[in-house]
Design a protein around this ligand. Sequence first.
Ligand code: ATP
Ligand code: MG
Length: 437
Amino acid sequence: MGRVSELKAAAQLLSQTRLLTLTGSAGCGKTRLALLLAERVRKGFQGGVWFANLAATDAARVPQVVAAAVQAREAPGKPLIEAVADQIGNKRLLLVMDNCEHVLGACTGLLATLLERCPNLATIATSREWLGAPGEQTLEVPPFSVPDEARAKSVEAIARYEAVALFVERARAVLPEFDLADENASVVAELCRRLDGIPLAIELAAAQLGRTPLETIRARMADRLPTLERGDHDAPARHRTLWTAIQWSYDQLLPEEQQVFRALAVFAEGWSLEAAAAVARPDADDFVTLDLLTRLVDKSMVALAGIPDQGPRYRLLESIRQFALERLDDSDDGTTVGERHREYFLVLAETAAPELRGGSQQASWLRCLETAARGGTRLRAAVGGLALEVLVHPRLPRARAKRVGPGPGAGSREGHHAGARSSMVRIRRPRHVPRAV
Ligand SMILES: Nc1ncnc2c1ncn2[C@@H]1O[C@H](COP(=O)(O)OP(=O)(O)OP(=O)(O)O)[C@@H](O)[C@H]1O
Ligand SMILES: [Mg+2]
């Protein structure tokens, strides 16, 4: 379904490289795209297309799985990888190595040998993180397109989006009479947006229609995304719920990556390097935070949403953010992170206030606050409310300033983490206009 432009781009890349890795976040459709691509280019591979699923394999067993996939036989006294290379030989053969993210080293080692020994071999890997092998080309698989709230209003316009088409198709599997119509199209569109167009999430949501009305699914998701479980047990274990799919990636992170990842959940919609450094790693310099963010992007846990003239900007897909919020709640650092987040924007609003009254950098500060406000309605309220209050009461004691303004959602998840200022928290007071928040 869909994927017309991605398939074209992938086929083009595969014609130029012998190792193409499809990357992307949990359940975004990498495996499916690899299969579609293999089908599309199949005729060019007289030696056939062979598929090795590495999802349930540990690093030591990677050669066995690949050997079984290409039907190579183990021979006494010969390393298994040699038997695989002999079996492939000079054949024009396409090998698909699916779900490599947890065995990256084993895959690169094996591929280095195979690609050197087998001159006509081409490979497609799927992985939440690129392999880092010589000559590798990567293609990031984006989630499905979702209807734009402002523009796609009619049923016809909404139906054109890939995420909606998938929802309708999967809904019909459990509710054959399901159809997109005036009374449900905007709800379906909203669900698809809320799930960021992730095919796995959309499938899981549609599967619920067998036992739950659409309106109830929407109401449940309005505030928090539920775990989203699937009733059938044919799917691989990590695709039974959205959380198990994300947990798979979370388990691959190093402890310091997990700590930063959890902390980033407090940003409702996005953040800059500077904001991440202040909230997630105030103990380290910005290069450490940049390195950690880059690693999280590479592992498809954080998405880049750059604003060209204001430095890199990052975001979490909503389902991943909610997963991270749960991990933050379970950890010991939830309260401290919430305090730092609130404090960062409080300082920002306070610093902005005199400039907003006509300082030399008024325009830059306005732009900066606008960017901050993209953090979501609650943040907009927090920043806007605080800035306004500081304007009206320029000498407002900071403790009072903290109480005014709606803050990041009283009763909201962000509000839940907010607490009194802690003297332990180190605040970076921006002396200049921050590049971005
Ligand atoms: N183009 C598509 N058409 C129809 N269904 C799709 C498409 N892409 C993905 N899906 C569905 O979404 C689910 C997740 O897709 P897929 O397994 O390809 O994701 P993935 O990125 O490989 O996940 P993981 O990161 O866990 O390996 C699958 O059940 C698949 O059926
Ligand atoms: Mg996969």
